[in-house]
Write a protein of this length. Structure first.
Length: 461
């Protein structure tokens, strides 16, 4: 539906979820969100001249276009000046990727036909919602980038690239700068930010297209890390070329596991379940599996045809209603399983035990976080880091540590000193509340088990 602001309908909503408005003059808005506040932003000013009260102070990545963050109805949006065709094309591409459940920013609007007070043309803009708790890679370290952090960033980008290629998306400009990262239980989850060079192929990508994207990624990552090195912002032991080469190995290993064929003797049919379990461990479900036998039936050949990311996310959402990152979901499910085992509830209904764990363990921890500190990290990431901190305390004291005591220590000694990653990076204020009393110490089901990391975890965040 089209609407003219001069006719009193500034944001008509069409049957396809679009809001299209033509304001007095020539300003045109195409939006998937019905927010009249879009009309209040100063579209008659160049983006670089927008007033400070409109602008949100957030860390930005490197971009070929001018990008600024702005306040909109209690949210933050990213606004990028670009061309008319690029803005519309990227808007539609991001909407398509969202429908395909690819991790990417959410497109909000395209603003075209902008003019200033003198009637001179201004550049069209693409508006996207800010991804809460996400940061550009340059904001994920305070002084120098360490090799382990760089490797985790590259590994996350490799997973994103594999997921894009599985649905037939050629990126064309793979880089750390075109990606946002969220913390995900000791790892990172990567989200596509810039899709203006991308193209979706309904028939899938050829090996040549995939290798081209992979080479673009390797070269761009090397350049970005070399740029940091030239500015003295990487640790001495970090080798930019080796780190950038790592995306090739990580990508090919995951691609082969997700899509590669596997043959074995017909008597070893258990290997079908083994392949499925391996993919589940990687965070993927098999939606379709091709199984063939030779003429004699002595050899079986299997190959995943359709794989779907988010195995642990879906299980956690089904059991608890919590929406978390894949690695966060894995960690929370491990804690839930530990709770079931520690209290002899393994034979009880899984959904019922999950609800009990949610009420007695997870939610009291979240409620114990002071209000002024809740913008530091997502609740699932807080819970993961709390478990890590609890293990660290148990190692120091050589005994189990009650969960309530661990929460108090974590909030005072760790969380309070972190920067805010929800939206604006501000120093924490206020005082810590009393230790939580809603978690009885006998419900502390997590024992002091080494979480596959012998180093002090706090050195890695």
């Amino acid at each position: 539906m089209n609407a003219d602001a001069g006719r009193g309908d500034p944001a008509g909503i069409g049957i396809f979820g679009y809001a299209e408005a033509t304001m007095s003059g020539s300003l045109s808005i195409t939006s998937a969100m019905a927010d009249p506040a879009l009309l209040d932003l100063p579209w008659d000013l160049p983006l670089e001249a927008w007033p400070n009260e409109t602008i949100a102070a957030l860390p930005k990545g490197i971009s070929r276009h001018l990008v600024r963050f702005a306040h909109l109805s209690g949210h933050i949006v990213a606004i990028k000046e670009t061309t008319d065709d690029m803005a519309k094309g990227e808007y539609e591409m991001l909407r398509t990727l969202q429908r395909l459940e690819i991790p990417c920013v959410e497109p909000a609007a395209v603003i075209t036909n902008r003019t200033d007070s003198e009637g001179d043309a201004l550049k069209p803009v693409l508006v996207t919602r800010h991804l809460r708790f996400s940061l550009p890679y340059r904001a994920l370290f305070s002084q120098t980038l360490r090799p382990d952090t760089a490797t985790r960033l590259v590994d996350a980008l490799a997973v994103l690239l594999v997921r894009l290629h599985i649905v037939g998306f050629f990126w064309g400009d793979v880089s750390l700068s075109n990606t946002l990262f969220r913390r995900d239980a000791g790892a990172f989850a990567a989200y596509l930010v810039d899709a203006e060079t991308g193209k979706l192929y309904s028939g899938g990508l050829s090996n040549g297209q995939r290798e081209n994207d992979l080479e673009i990624a390797r070269v761009n990552i090397a350049g970005e890390l070399l740029d940091l090195e030239a500015g003295g912002r990487v640790a001495d032991e970090l080798d930019p070329v080796n780190i950038s080469n790592g995306i090739v190995d990580a990508y090919r290993s995951l691609w082969t596991e997700l899509t590669g064929p596997e043959s074995f003797p017909g008597a070893e049919r258990w290997r079908i379940n083994e392949r499925v379990n391996r993919l589940n461990d990687l965070g993927f479900d098999i939606e379709e599996l091709a199984i063939k036998t030779d003429g004699t039936g002595t050899t079986v050949r299997i190959q995943p045809k359709v794989v779907d990311a988010g195995h642990h996310q879906r299980r956690l959402l089904r059991l608890t209603g919590l929406d978390a990152g894949e690695n966060q979901a894995r960690r929370l499910l491990n804690d839930l399983d530990s709770y079931r085992a520690a209290y002899g509830k393994a034979d009880l209904d899984e959904e019922m035990v999950a609800h009990e764990w949610l009420m007695r363990v997870f939610e009291p921890v979240v409620r114990a976080i002071p209000t002024e500190l809740r913008g530091k990290l997502e609740p699932a990431e807080v819970f993961h880091q709390l478990l890590e901190h609890r293990w660290y305390l148990a190692q120091q004291s050589a005994s189990d540590v009650p969960l309530a005591e661990a929460v108090t220590s974590y909030v005072n000694n760790v969380l309070r000193h972190r920067r805010d990653e929800a939206t604006v990076i501000d120093p924490p204020t206020g005082a810590f509340t009393l230790p939580i009393e809603t978690i009885p110490t006998d419900t502390a089901a997590i024992s002091a088990i080494d979480p596959d990391d012998e180093d002090d975890w706090r050195l890695k965040v």
